[in-house]
Design a protein around this ligand. Sequence first.
Ligand SMILES: Cc1ncc(COP(=O)(O)O)c(C=O)c1O
Length: 410
Amino acid sequence: MNWTLARRTQAMNPSVIREILKVTEKPGIISFAGGLPAPDTFPVEALREATDQVLSRDGRAALQYAASEGFGPLREAVAAQLRAQGMGVDADQVLITSGSQQALDLVGKVLIDAGSRVLVESPTYLGALQAFAPMEPSFAAVPSDAEGPDPEALHRLATAGTVPARLAYLLPNFQNPSGRTLSATRRDELVAVAQRAGLPLVEDNPYGDLWFDAPPPPPLAARWPEGCLYLGSFSKVLAPGLRLGYVVAPRAVFPKLLQAKQAADLHTPGFNQRIVARLLDDGFLERHVPNIRARYRAQCAAMLAALEREMAGLDVRWSAPEGGMFLWLRLSAGLDATALLPEAVRAGVAYVPGAAFFAEAPDARTLRLSFVTASVEQIDRGIAALANVVRCARAQSPDAPAAAALDTGG
Ligand SMILES: Cc1ncc(COP(=O)(O)O)c(C=O)c1O
């Protein structure tokens, strides 16, 4: 049988990360590659209790088909949480989705036509590129400086050409992959530019609650509610297996997102929604999240200390994230993180090469390290192994400058 596939399938590719994980998640390899939360943080007991309560109090309703918008008390709880962060949100603007990944898919379907210009950060979240790609947009990467996307470049790209850009996809907090957080000033500037250009913003914030010392500045959506779609998730603060996320939409867009949601899967499992609504209702999440923060903060500090110690003299630079799960590293000139990965895996350590995260002009020297699933002892051994791989590669690379001439550090 000769299948003729839709043209959009040409834009569908296997996730590079999933392909890499197949190679790297062999026993004995210290993997900094996965984007998975630490399983020890999953609140198994609290979920068991909440599940019992849902089944005994509300079992039949929980197992029935339900509203596409989501479970009312969960929508209320999400809206209340966001109001506490300065966003003016009503529960009827909250659409519960099957993970925030589904929200990205719905946003793509509702806002992107074939050929629409979609502005993304450089680097950006690979899963968003995957979700938007089947709509056949033309991606444009917004140049960044140390603070994040450059506002003037955003304006230029938003208004270039005959048709304005359709949207900009932004990750203000502890970005996946770079770990970078936008300052309050940069948020103000980006929103001002977007308002001036009439450019809709899609703000993806799955990591915002995982701050180490201080919460990040208020969301972009708090500054411009009618121009922003705001995406959140319970994956990183409870468990990704629940597949619970949400999108907050201005009233002008909400009905179409809802229709796309209906067509996609009718609704997100009501059973899971009720369980999480219980955990929010009795204040569990507020008690739980500080434990995750403390744990990730210690692991991040261990990785930064190991990098200082092991990468000295190797002309490697890295980010110092203020929260989230990832650290971004840039190797010295002449080294290619994709080419180096097989060597690293042979040495017992894995990472994700950064090139996958760029919509345009990939930077081959970059790579992403997750600090949350490895123990501190594994972090120490894994970073030492990685440094050895870099040291050997530099010794063989004609482009690497002499070690004596280099400075070190992040
Ligand atoms: C930036 C970003 N957005 C969205 C998602 C999707 O998360 P979920 O569908 O589990 O909510 C992820 C997952 O890693 C992510 O890193």
